[in-house]
Ligand binder design. Structure first.
Ligand code: ADP
Ligand code: ZN
Length: 363
């Protein structure tokens, strides 16, 4: 069992992240101090996850004296809508969830994002506990207090920062995760090694397609917790977590979010970002190839043969200004830096990155 604390250097309070096997069955005991005596404890989950783990959580909570109810949404990103959020509010109302209640998000990033937003806004905010069940949610989205839904203008366009009361990541749930979802989470795991820990990256290299254990998940949460503690509201250092994401998002956008999972796009984005860094003389030669090998070993795709058109899809998103985008590059495995690039230069950078990737692949 691993226990981490997320603090903020500028703002009081903290929350615990516990990582281990069997935490879902122990949710009642673990969450004892958060369970309201005179109000509802509402578990929000999706159909797949609730079918697998719903009973276990509900039983454990009931045993701890919780007055429980469940809200179950359809699985998938398509559920992160204002309409679905409204349906959740309606159910909260029917259930009689009050200010003193508790919301528990049981599921992957989709459930965590929308249940988090619902909890943060219901009656101006009820506490939320995250029980992440995907690798991606365990190492990334459940930590850091971001909540969101999508709108017609894009992903995660509406949301608030709201800290969870606690995070319990039950590693046993990963055994039922579809392989493709698992690999997708591994892309973020690899990202943590690439931006902040050469040691973690090397451990992953020696893993050889094996599964990530508690220690690796904890290492990722530790890195994220450190970054979030310094920059809870995403105005600086938190940007480093975007390594591979500028080109990853471009790929997701190019295919309307249908061809690749988020992790599959990020895996390619990291190889491309490393190659961009190599051609700019920032990243040591051979780094893109090292990241490529590691992603391939985890069942993630290599970058597409022609990446030059991605410049068109680099979004003018929350993190870019009118004429430039800040790219996260690495000075080497484990050391990320921000590098500003004019939109007009992106095409040329991608063309030279493509040359780097091709020449390294030939070796
Ligand atoms: P992410 O966490 O990558 O954002 P989702 O929340 O959409 O993704 O979850 C991905 C898919 O995996 C969904 O269909 C969800 O129902 C399913 N899922 C989540 N956790 C598990 C699990 N532990 N076992 C099996 N399926 C799961
Ligand atoms: Zn990501």
């Amino acid at each position: 069992m691993e226990l981490l604390k997320v603090e903020n250097t500028a703002r009081a309070g903290s929350y615990d992240i516990e990582i281990g096997s069997g935490l879902i069955a122990a949710a009642g005991e673990k969450l004892g101090r958060f369970i309201p005596k005179h109000d509802k404890t509402v578990v929000v989950s999706d159909e797949n996850v609730f079918r697998l783990y719903g009973e276990r959580v509900m039983a454990s909570l009931a045993k701890a004296g919780a007055d429980t109810a469940a809200v179950i949404i359809p699985p998938g990103e398509a559920s992160k809508t204002l309409k679905q959020l409204e349906a959740i509010y309606d159910l909260f109302g029917d259930i009689g969830l009050k200010r003193g209640g508790l919301v528990i998000a049981l599921g992957g990033g989709v459930v965590g994002d929308i249940a988090g937003l619902a909890a943060a806004t219901w009656m101006r905010g009820v506490p939320l506990v995250q029980l992440p069940t995907t690798l991606l949610a365990q190492v990334d989205s459940s930590v850091g207090g971001k909540t969101a839904i999508d709108t017609s203008s894009g992903k995660n366009m509406v949301g608030v920062f709201s800290r969870p009361a606690a995070v319990l990541a039950d590693t046993e749930t990963l055994s039922t995760l579809p392989l493709r979802e698992y690999a997708s989470g591994m892309a973020e795991v690899i990202k943590y090694g690439a931006i902040a820990s050469a040691g973690l990256f090397e451990r992953l290299e020696s893993l050889n397609a094996g599964a990530a254990g508690e220690d690796i998940i904890a290492a990722c949460c530790g890195i994220k917790a450190d970054i979030v503690s310094e920059d809870e509201f995403d105005t600086g250092k938190r940007q480093l977590l975007n390594f591979g994401h500028t080109f990853g998002h471009a790929l997701e956008t190019k295919y309307g979010f249908t061809k690749y999972t988020h992790g599959e796009a990020v895996a390619q984005g990291m190889v491309i970002a490393a190659a961009v860094g190599e051609s700019a003389g920032i990243t040591p030669k051979g780094t893109a190839d090292r990241i490529l090998r590691l992603t391939l070993a985890q069942g993630l795709p290599a970058p597409e043969t022609d990446i030059t058109d991605l410049a068109r899809y680099i979004s003018h998103d929350k993190k870019s200004t009118a004429d430039s985008v800040s790219l996260v590059l690495i000075r080497g495995i484990g050391a990320a830096v921000i590098h500003n690039v004019k939109f007009g230069e992106a095409g040329a950078l991608l063309a030279s990155a493509q040359t780097v990737i091709r020449s390294e692949a030939k070796r």
